[in-house]
Design a protein around this ligand. Structure first.
Ligand code: NAD
Length: 345
């Protein structure tokens, strides 16, 4: 289903998603409209919503749409735990080779546990321990007596994510890249990542500082002294965990956006999931998805519009003090979105 096209429109796929996804995407689209964002949306179902509509969590129409637009804004998609269908998020990343997951964590609301956080995590998105090479071995009567899983890191994959991280640092005026690994124990799987990233770093000598951390020490140091970090680059599993930790440093998942970037396709989303506990109540915080939409505007070279929205978010939260419940306020999703729209107009 396509919406009306603004002039000089950029075609983009919109996936409302599951749980709080539709509430958040409604709010975000209203704000994008208010700022005159150039997107012409092709709305597509995915996840549980698509299973209900057509029996497939990743319908061909959704894939065709992204193949055509190469650009998407995605609400969260529910993944069954244990059994059930495989994560649609993971399949989308694989299908479109979205190898880089960019997750900024910036203080929006002062007065939290940490002030002035401004970090970016670049997570490898399609290799490592998330390739799902897993199986059980039966012993006696127990078909699940042993569980086996393997990770896959390729030199080419490590090279391209490290290059992405250093290029990102250069382009965005960042000073340092920290390579996160566990090469003391997983000497092969994450040793290749560390060695390759160190090799790539040599090409940025004098332009970007490089250091490295073992993942467990990095997790602790992010809590003790997050300001020592700038850009972090990590394998898939470590990056997934650290990016949620970093979201915690800046006030939780309601404020954390993410981008999945490939050679020719990009999908923007919030870090949070479908939040079934609050879905349908109209109280979800849409800021994370809105900040993801700002990254999407940056991506299509409309930094001017992205900055206007970021400023309106700051004004709404800090001056108007209109906030959703997760940030200690009383505003509904719609009331918060309306307050941002008022600032933009
Ligand atoms: P979650 O992020 O959905 O929720 C964790 C907690 O944070 C909940 O208490 C929730 O109410 C709260 N929360 C999350 N987003 C919020 C928001 N915008 N405003 C206010 N509160 C918010 O994590 P979960 O419960 O572990 O996962 C639920 C489902 O989402 C699972 O099926 C999971 O697989 C899926 N998921 C999807 C994505 C994605 O699509 N990218 C990411 C993570 C989880």
């Amino acid at each position: 289903m396509a919406t009306a096209k603004p002039r000089n429109a950029i075609a983009a796929t919109l996936i409302p998603g599951d749980g709080i996804g539709p509430e958040c995407t409604d709010a975000v689209v209203a704000i994008l409209d208010a700022v005159g964002a150039p997107f012409s949306w092709d709305v597509q179902e995915g996840g549980v919503a698509a299973v209900k509509a057509c029996g497939d969590p990743l319908p061909p129409a959704l894939l065709d749409s992204i193949r055509r637009t190469k650009l998407a804004l995605k609400g969260p998609l529910t993944t069954p735990v244990g059994g059930g269908f495989r994560s649609v998020n993971v399949r989308l990343r694989e299908e479109f080779e979205l190898y880089a997951n960019v997750r900024p964590a910036r203080t929006v609301l002062p007065g939290g546990r940490y002030e002035d956080i401004d970090l970016v995590l670049i997570r490898e998105n399609i290799e490592g321990l998330y390739v799902a090479f897993e199986h059980y071995i039966a012993i006696g009567d127990d078909p699940h007596a042993v569980a086996l899983g393997s990770g896959v890191n390729t030199r080419a994959g490590c090279h391209r994510i490290a290059k992405f991280a250093f290029d990102y640092a250069l382009k965005n005026g960042r000073k340092k890249v920290t390579i996160v690994h566990k090469a003391n124990v997983m000497k092969v799987l994450t040793g290749l990542f560390l060695d390759t990233a160190r090799d790539v770093a040599k090409q940025y000598d004098g332009k970007v500082v490089v250091d490295d951390r073992i993942v467990d020490a990095c997790a602790m140091q992010l809590v003790l002294n997050p300001w020592q970090f700038d850009v972090l680059v990590a394998t898939n599993l470590f990056g997934d965990i650290l990016s949620d930790e970093m979201a915690g440093l800046v006030g939780g998942l309601g404020l954390a956006p993410g981008a999945n970037i490939g050679a020719d396709t990009a999908i923007f989303e919030a870090v949070h999931g479908s939040a079934p506990d609050i879905a349908g109540k109209g109280i979800a915080n849409p800021t994370a998805l809105l900040l993801a939409a700002c990254m999407m505007l940056d991506h299509v070279d409309r930094r001017d519009l992205a900055q206007r929205i970021r400023k309106a978010i700051d004004g709404t939260l800090l001056e108007d003090k209109v906030r959703t419940g997760d940030l200690g306020g009383k505003a509904s999703t719609a009331a918060y979105a309306n307050a941002i729209v008022r600032r933009l107009s």
